[in-house]
Every structure is written in structure tokens, then in C-alpha cells.
Design a protein around this ligand. Structure first.
Ligand SMILES: [Zn+2]
Length: 227
């Protein structure tokens, strides 16, 4: 399995928290222990990942987006990928939506109003200070868009043109969504474990990978570039 992290904007639009949100939250795996009502939580949305090519020349297949959204259901959200801190929010529900000619997963996320930092978090989100959310997910195979083989093993280079076709790869064999994270405006897409990757082409072709343990399981991740 390969670990990848992608970022997307937090949608500015507020969601009216309704009964259907609460119903979805209470049906999560490991649901809230205490009963919650719509008045107990804040809900927002974010556009996380889609079938447009990302800055690392990867993209999801359109027909995998619904599965990705389902894998995101229940994932915890942290601030700044700080795994030493308690999760601040949790993803749930959402939809697959069109944007700019592509399709994206737009999960919702909620956090409890009673948390001592809940209002600070809400203000930072709604003021656009915290403007991006990202998810870390695992997948089996980066499939070459030109030949369909594992792009680490074929002769094609992500980002290069072959005739009129731009070579990229697909995130195939989606496995798990491990966590989400909220990051401050100005943070580079792909913050977190993969934050230093600016040249995935080199990293992925060179098979520079590291082993990462998350949640008791071991994953292969693309190694950060060393300066
Ligand atoms: Zn290829």
C-alpha cells in the first residue's frame, strides 16, 4: 500500500445543520457516546479530491469517487497533521459534486460546540484563516495513464507528453482514508507526511519510499526529498 496526502479548499458556505446530519453522525462506526442534536455541533464542508489531475500528476478515476467518499466517512480531522493532539473534527456524509468541469468528493465535517476551542476553530475557518483540508489515504497501485502498468515500473514519465497525451497516473486500489487535517492559508498542498515532496515524478520513478506506521498498520509512503 502507498500512502498519499491531498489537499482541497474548505468550502466557505455554511451548512444548515439538520436532522439528516445528526442521523448520519449517529450511524458512524464508533458513534458519539453521548446523544447529540443539531444544536450541539457545527458543520462545514470541504472539497478534498477529485478526478482532475493534481499537482503531483495523480488523479482518481471518476467511478472511484463514491468509494473514496465512503472511505472518508468517519475519518478524524486534525489540525496541521499533529497526531499528538486530539482530533478536532470528524468527516461524515457529503456528496460527489461537479466543479470546474471535474468531479470531487465534498465530505461534511462536524465538531462539538461544547469543546473549549470550538468557537476559535469556527472563527478561523469562517474567516478563511484555516482554508484547506487534506486527507491521507492509501492505495495499491499508481497506474500509468498511457500503458496501464504501475508507473514506477514502466518507461513513461508523469508530466511528460506522449504525442498529445500528458502522462499521469491513477490512484488505483483505494484502501483506507486514515485522517484528515486542517491547515492554514498558504500551506502547500500535500502538507503532512508528504510535505516536502515537490517532485513526485522523481520520487515515484526512483522508488524512494519510506515505511510509515499509522494506526498500528505499516504503509509505504513516498519519501520526502532531502535538501
Ligand atoms: Zn506507462
Amino acid at each position: 500500500m502507498i500512502l498519499q496526502t491531498l489537499s482541497g479548499p474548505v468550502a466557505a458556505a455554511r451548512e444548515a445543520t439538520g436532522d439528516s446530519d445528526v442521523a448520519q453522525i449517529t450511524q458512524l462506526p464508533n458513534p458519539p457516546l453521548a446523544e447529540i442534536t443539531a444544536d450541539d455541533i457545527h458543520v462545514r464542508r470541504c472539497r478534498l479530491a477529485g478526478d482532475a489531475m493534481d499537482t503531483q500528476f495523480g488523479c482518481f478515476r471518476s467511478h472511484d469517487l463514491q468509494k473514496l467518499l465512503e472511505l472518508t466517512h468517519g475519518a478524524p480531522a486534525l489540525i496541521g497533521h499533529n497526531r499528538q493532539s486530539v482530533a478536532v473534527a470528524r468527516f461524515f456524509g457529503g456528496s460527489v459534486e461537479e466543479f470546474g468541469g471535474h468531479r470531487y468528493i465534498v465530505p461534511k465535517f462536524y465538531w462539538p460546540r461544547a469543546h473549549s476551542a470550538a468557537e476559535d476553530f469556527r472563527v478561523l475557518l469562517d474567516a478563511g484563516i484555516i482554508s484547506e483540508a487534506s486527507i491521507a489515504f492509501t492505495f495499491e497501485k499508481p497506474s500509468c495513464s498511457i500503458c496501464g502498468k504501475d508507473i514506477r515500473e514502466c518507461e513513461h514519465e508523469p508530466g511528460a507528453h506522449y504525442g498529445l497525451k500528458l502522462c499521469h497516473y491513477y490512484y488505483d486500489g483505494l484502501d483506507r482514508v486514515l485522517e484528515g487535517s486542517f491547515v492554514y492559508r498558504g500551506a502547500e498542498p500535500g502538507t503532512g507526511i508528504l510535505s516536502e515532496i515537490s517532485d513526485l515524478k522523481k520520487a515515484i520513478k526512483g522508488r524512494k519510499t519510506i515505511t510509515v506506521r499509522v494506526g498500528g498498520r505499516t504503509y509505504e509512503a513516498i519519501a520526502p526529498l532531502t535538501q
